[in-house]
Design a protein. Structure first.
Length: 468
């Protein structure tokens, strides 16, 4: 084991755990705040060496965007922050150190810190439903989007030459009627229907695209009016919506629902819940609803040198006592910035800043150049909402080169049909490694939890949302 302590250099070390919105934006802000302070070093630990812009994940799955256009190398975004690619194995709060494994051979590395920012995010919650861990596809990572696209194309290829099992192969179910589920089912529906002309033995009438939601209306965050409008739009496009319904189990060719007949289906996309990283449960600190409890300065209770942001943190809403800020991307971005400012203030002996933020808007793309949005309490739908969605997310995508590439991809998508090449295909989804803690996740089946991508302040996220 390699031990990296602060004693050798004499510098104050700030360690950030997590390469999502909260962790990356905290690191970016620390670069700005402490750029001239040579007595401080910042280290970001991330499972991947890139930052994933999750609000556009469904567009990769639907072949609207190239996979490299929604990721940014961390070393490009963070020029003065040390980036360590690896997995966090243990957080030792009493001794102020973190144990990680990194590299091809999983070398152990022990890092000491003076200030620690925990931004480990969340994992998919399968609620211990039989068959889901092995067979369902979540929508949390780039790997998930790639595999969904490959699996859909593989099933179309197989159905084109197989008349006996077409019903299960051509049925696609998405579970979860929140932002992630609705955007995924809309993009998936457009993709498979546009792909049908390439398969001479298939007809559009053979397709079944189904959205399963446990509530009485989809997109509950946007209100009943926009939710029902979205249901009507999707229904006109051939999406069947099953409300007040939950997935009970899954096999390789069927999805079983509570109080309904099973659906012959080989493809289930699971977007119905998340839980904080399992590492959180072992920490000797106060928690609320499974998340780390922090004060209004984003400090962890009883551990003044430890801070937490994003999906894994329970951040009190000082405007509404007793309530917490939602675990969305737009909130994580602002929490990251505020925690960086507070760490810099703590090092300089200055007063800390309270975190407070009010969501300005929520938007969702529902396919075919249509969207829904709620901005400043006003509802928008159709082309205008879709244009707002694309404009805002394009402005929030890090990197000018990525913005240009995405805009170029969107332009080409208007002129040419979608690609149906399964270039990232594997023989079976189970060959893809699953989050090792997925089976430990527990919760309430089917209830949508705001996904870190969905809420967007106009100047999330999941909520898909970002803000200026």
């Amino acid at each position: 084991m390699i031990d990296r302590s602060t004693d050798k250099s004499g510098k104050k070390r700030i360690v950030i755990l997590g390469g999502g919105f909260g962790g990356v934006y905290a690191a970016i802000q620390l670069e700005k705040s402490l750029a001239r302070d040579s007595a401080v070093e910042v280290c970001l630990v991330s499972h991947d060496n890139f930052f994933l812009f999750t609000p556009m994940l469904h567009e990769v799955a639907a072949s609207d965007l190239d996979i490299t256009n929604i990721v940014n190398p961390l070393r490009k975004l963070l020029r003065k922050v040390e980036v360590l690619v690896g997995d966090v194995n243990r957080i030792d709060l009493p001794n102020k150190r973190v144990l990680i494994s990194h590299g091809y051979r999983n070398h152990s590395l022990q890092i000491s810190y003076d200030h620690l920012v925990i931004a480990l995010g969340s994992i998919t919650n399968f609620y211990d439903i039989p068959g889901l861990v092995d067979l369902a596809i979540p929508m949390k990572s780039l790997r998930d989007a790639i595999q969904l696209r490959a699996q859909v194309i593989r099933h179309l290829e197989e159905a084109n030459g197989n008349t006996g099992d077409r019903r299960a192969l051509l049925t696609f179910v998405v579970a979860g009627g929140g932002f992630a589920g609705v955007e995924t089912v809309a993009a998936l529906n457009d993709f498979v229907r546009e792909a049908m002309p390439f398969y001479p033995n298939l007809r559009e009438g053979m397709l079944r695209v189904i959205l399963v939601h446990s509530g009485s209306v989809i997109l509950p965050e946007l209100g009943e009016d926009l939710g029902r409008h979205t249901q009507k739009v999707l229904a006109r496009r051939g999406v069947r919506i099953l409300l007040n319904t939950r997935v009970k189990s899954m096999t390789e060719d069927k999805v079983f629902l509570a109080y309904r007949a099973p659906i012959p289906c080989s493809s289930l996309v699971w977007t119905a819940g998340t839980v904080p990283s399992p590492l959180i449960s072992s920490l000797p600190c106060a928690k609320e609803r499974g998340r780390i409890a922090v004060n209004r300065f984003l400090q962890v209770s009883d551990w003044p040198d430890v801070w937490a942001v994003g999906d894994c943190a329970f951040v009190p809403d000082i405007r509404n006592p007793g309530k917490a800020h939602p675990p969305t991307a737009q909130h994580a971005i602002r929490e990251g910035r505020v925690v960086a400012q507070n760490i810099a203030a703590a090092l300089l002996g200055r007063p800390l800043k309270s975190f407070s933020f009010k969501t300005i808007g929520l938007l969702a793309s529902i396919g075919r150049r249509a969207g829904v949005a709620r901005i400043f309490g006003f509802n928008f739908s159709g082309f205008l909402a879709w244009w707002m969605w694309r404009t805002i997310y394009l402005s929030k995508l890090p990197g000018l080169d990525k913005k240009v590439r995405v805009a170029f991809d969107w332009t080409l998508d208007l002129l040419f049909p979608k690609d149906v090449c399964a270039v990232y295909d594997l023989s079976h989804y189970r060959n893809f490694p699953r989050e090792k803690y997925a089976k430990e996740a527990v919760g309430d089946n089917g209830r949508h939890q705001a996904d870190a991508r969905q809420t967007i302040p106009l100047p999330h996220f999941s909520a898909r949302s970002l803000s200026p």
